[in-house]
Design a protein around this ligand. Structure first.
Ligand SMILES: *[C@@H]1O[C@H](CO)[C@@H](O)[C@H](O)[C@H]1NC(C)=O
Ligand SMILES: *[C@@H]1O[C@H](CO)[C@@H](O)[C@H](O)[C@H]1NC(C)=O
Length: 367
């Protein structure tokens, strides 16, 4: 760790040997992590980097724990892919952020096109959550309990859970999750919370609903799927993170990437990307309750962006050959410069605060 810091502080070109998780820990974060997939092993250089705890101290399975993967038909649970990732994390001594339980997408047809009453949907959710979380009990540092429940305008996204249960499905999901594994941190997770204040306020509303029901929620996950030229400033990002900290929550960036539109990229775009990655990481460093940063894959050859946003890409810290890009250097340099400025992440302290399940009488708003 110390070596990495010295290298980072001394010379730019050597930054490539600085390592993200080691630097992040020295800067007071709990982890720097990445999404992983069972197919990573098909790319030797990428796979080696992904298994190096000095670079990545935390995994999120990209698809393996989603509903369609874990309960493809009613009451039939399959964990093979997810187990392979969790076992990889355990043997590497890494943390797991587990992902995700109640989400409208990658939902098997039997759920999405079933016709549900309040009672039958409650039972379906409880069975799913208790089985999946029960299977991984004690192995997940955090769980994304509810994912992407908001439209960009801050209204609730229409989905089978909302349809059957109204907004009571938020507290119910967290209640079932808390019962299934009381030792894990329970998160709400969404995208564009960084961009749209009305959506960020929608996430505040969801957290308050859960808290008002006397049910634990410990964290807010900001996915941070960003686009160059549109990333808010470090100050604005910090302001947004503090909205959730004011509710007594931890915050984390959970799916970070910064895509370049209109490929091929040029030197200007690459430099903008390097700065914007650093602004995002910097905002986490600025907020003592920001626990860590997870990138949604770290190599351009493995990114989801080109398929989902045609014409955009090159969104990662490493290029197609798993060579570090300027964004990797800017993030490493920033983390190195923050070494020792925050105390090491104290999981016990954060648990104590998060155990407050009722909102304070006057919930402060971050101004
Ligand atoms: C930052 O916040 C200010 C004040 O709310 C706002 O006017 C500005 O547009 C924001 N900038 C970005 C890049 O989000
Ligand atoms: C370089 O990339 C930036 C960012 O994507 C873009 O705005 C700009 O138009 C590009 N410049 C040229 C000359 O293509």
């Amino acid at each position: 760790m110390k070596t990495a810091i010295l290298i980072g502080a001394v010379a730019g070109p050597l930054l490539a040997s600085a390592q993200l998780h080691a630097l992040a820990k020295d800067a007071g974060l709990l982890y720097f992590g990445t999404a992983v997939s069972p197919s990573d092993s098909n790319d030797g250089a990428y796979y080696r980097l992904s298994n190096d705890i000095k670079n990545f101290g935390q995994y999120t399975p990209d698809n393996a724990q989603k509903w369609d993967a874990t309960e493809p038909s009613r009451g039939r649970f399959t964990y093979g892919q997810a187990d392979s990732i969790v076992n990889r994390a355990i043997s590497n001594k890494m943390l797991m952020r587990c992902h995700t339980l109640v989400w409208y997408s990658q939902l098997p047809g039997w759920v999405s096109s079933g016709s549900w009453t309040k009672d039958t949907m409650t039972s379906v959710m409880q069975t799913h959550i208790s089985n999946v979380m029960g299977h991984f009990k004690g192995k997940c540092y955090a769980w994304d309990v509810v994912n992407e429940a908001l439209e960009d305008d801050g209204t609730y996204r229409n989905n089978p859970f909302l349809k059957a249960l109204g907004d009571s499905y938020f507290a119910l999901s967290f209640k079932f999750a808390a019962a299934a594994d009381p030792s894990t941190k329970l998160y709400y997770n969404d995208y564009n919370l960084e961009y749209f204040p009305v959506k960020a306020d929608g996430a505040v509303r969801i957290a308050k609903l859960v808290q008002a029901a006397g049910v634990p929620i410990h964290g807010m996950g900001l996915q941070a799927h960003m686009t160059i030229g549109r990333t808010p400033s470090r100050e604005n990002l910090t302001w947004t993170l503090n909205k959730y900290v004011a509710l007594g929550l931890d915050v984390a960036y959970t799916e970070l990437d910064v895509r370049i539109k209109n490929l091929p990229s040029n030197a200007t775009g690459i430099q903008m990307q390097a700065k914007e990655y650093a602004d995002i990481v910097g905002s986490c460093l600025d907020v003592p309750r920001c626990v860590g940063i997870t990138v949604w894959g770290f190599g351009d050859a493995h990114s989801w962006i080109p398929q989902t946003f045609p014409g955009a890409g090159e969104a990662c810290l490493f290029d197609r050959n798993s060579k570090p890009k300027p964004a990797f250097s800017s993030v490493s340099a920033l983390l190195a410069s923050a070494s020792g400025k925050r105390p090491p992440w104290n999981t016990a302290a954060s648990t104590a605060v998060a155990a407050v399940t009722k909102p304070a009488a006057a919930t402060p708003t971050a101004a």
